[in-house]
Ligand binder design. Structure first.
Ligand SMILES: [Zn+2]
Length: 305
């Protein structure tokens, strides 16, 4: 399962990482455990062999204690006892994991990370998360919070971020930041007047990508700029880890080559050349299923070990 805002996504995943069935429901976060347990029962009734429940959430999860420390989508009353409440309500072995960590594990096992030993994964959507897999295992840091690439500083004079810092990558390249930047520019720049984005005051980051794909110059420029910011972050990752493969996923990557190309160009421009040449930068393959698949595989592998 995977929670994002008030959407709860659930899927029945087989041993090979294939999605057998998907469900998606609108929930109220206060009653999330009951709703999740009902979904688990419904989906579980379709197979006799359900062994574990993996749960991906946006936020920080302490892997030693299984406590969800911080999550914008869950009230503290749900967060703190989430692991024991879900275990009780479903009767399954439960693993809770940060959503980017889960997605990274999914891509590593059955997606774009197959065949590599070490990967860095970046999830660029409503927020920006990251995860490190070394030698086939998630490297989560001393308390479970490693990989928070969305909070590296890109602009020292930038906007305040949810984390308390200013000018984080997330403040310029997440989906809501793309919309904010596009809006600001539409207001002050007359050359943007031809953009059809101006016709829809409630446009989303998906709309920007869609317009760019259809040849809208302004939208294309916004996507390219976003790619440059992400590429700047990617260059830091390359220099820090000298890692084999960097996989980029999340909704913002739905723009495809239009965003991947400027990311790779900017990473090449900024990273230390020998490190850059040793790194492959590619898009994820599992799309929106990455988190549910990865969470399920993490839970399965934890049940085996
Ligand atoms: Zn931040």
């Amino acid at each position: 399962m995977h929670i994002s805002g008030t959407r709860l996504r659930a899927a029945l995943i087989d041993d090979a990482g294939i999605v057998l069935e998907r469900h998606e429901v609108e929930i109220s976060p206060e009653n999330m455990v009951e709703q999740a347990a009902k979904l688990a029962t419904d989906l579980g009734s379709k197979s006799e062999n359900v062994s574990a429940l993996g749960f991906g959430i946006p936020g920080l999860v302490n892997r030693q204690t299984d406590v969800v420390m911080i999550s914008p989508d869950l009230p503290s009353t749900v967060r703190e006892g989430l692991h024991s409440d879900l275990t009780k309500a479903t009767g399954l072995r439960v693993e809770i994991e940060n959503d980017a960590n889960a997605a990274a594990y999914g891509e590593f096992k059955v997606g774009a990370g197959r065949g590599s030993r070490d990967i860095f994964y970046m999830m660029i959507g409503n927020g920006i998360g990251g995860a490190i897999i070394l030698d086939g295992k998630l490297w989560t840091g001393s308390s479970g919070f490693a990989g928070e690439v969305g909070h590296i500083t890109i602009d020292t004079e930038g906007l305040e971020c949810v984390c308390g810092n200013t000018g984080c990558l997330e403040t310029v390249a997440s989906a809501p930041s793309i919309v904010r930047r596009a809006r600001e520019r539409l207001h002050r720049d007359s050359t943007s007047s031809l953009s059809r984005l101006g016709l829809n005051k409630d446009f989303t980051a998906d709309d920007v990508a869609h317009a760019a794909n259809e040849g809208d110059d302004f939208a294309l420029m916004m996507i390219e700029r976003t790619g440059k910011y992400i590429g700047t972050g990617v260059a830091s990752v390359i220099n820090l880890l000298n890692i084999e493969r960097i996989i980029l996923g999340g909704g913002v990557m739905d723009a495809g080559q239009l965003i991947l190309n400027p990311i790779v160009q900017e990473a090449k421009r900024r990273a230390f050349q020998p490190c850059f040449e040793a790194t492959e930068i590619i898009a994820g393959k599992l799309g929106r299923d990455a988190i549910t698949i990865g969470a399920a595989m993490l839970a399965r592998d934890a049940a085996i070990s």
